[in-house]
Design a binder for this molecule. Structure first.
Ligand code: AMP
Length: 171
């Protein structure tokens, strides 16, 4: 199997000029790449330290659900506003231009449950910071977060304070 980095495609100027988009679809397309990425993500954090997996819409759903299944845990979606049908908690966060919001069902976890948060990529860390706040707001404990990719020059982990951050690939 080629190194896992070879399954990441750089797409310049997507979705807007100046952004180099890290396309994970070649990784998903490869049976070995997909299996290797889920198995490795699962090994980054001791499964005894958390009880449930949260994934951030939408690529966090792909890796998060597969990881949850792999370690024998349930899955909770953190979604864009207006998508979840039940009672929600929400957190807004700053983007380069404007703000964005994430939501979670208020009954998605039980009080004090340990949560592993999953997304595909850590850039500025704003998305993961909002997700961790949501988990705390509904009474659970973010234990760690795992990501397939990390853009280290954007220093996203500095925004996350004490929350342990693990990524498969650093660029
Ligand atoms: P941030 O909140 O700045 O850490 O951005 C992380 C979120 O934006 C993740 O959900 C990523 O899917 C997405 N994202 C940010 N930058 C990129 C990029 N260069 N390539 C692909 N996805 C990105």
């Amino acid at each position: 199997m080629p190194p896992i980095e070879q399954y990441i495609r750089d797409v310049p100027d997507f979705p807007k000029p100046g952004i180099v988009f890290k396309d994970i679809t070649p990784l998903l397309q490869s049976a070995e790449g997909l299996r290797e990425s889920i198995e490795t993500l699962a090994r980054l954090v001791d499964p005894h330290s958390y009880e449930i997996v949260c994934g951030i819409e939408s690529r966090g759903f792909i890796f998060g659900t597969a990881l949850a299944l792999h370690v024998g845990k349930g899955f909770v979606p953190i979604r864009k506003p207006g998508k979840l049908p039940w009672k929600t908690a929400s957190q807004s966060y700053e983007l380069e231009y404007g703000t964005d919001t994430l939501e979670i069902h208020t009954d998605a976890v039980t009080e004090g449950q340990g949560v592993l948060i999953v997304d595909d990529l850590l850039a500025t860390g704003g998305t993961m910071e909002a997700a961790a706040k949501l988990v705390r707001e509904i009474g659970a404990v973010p234990v760690a977060c795992v990501l397939v990719l990390e853009l280290t020059f954007l220093k996203g982990r500095e925004r996350l304070g004490d929350l342990p951050v693990h990524s498969l690939m650093k660029f």
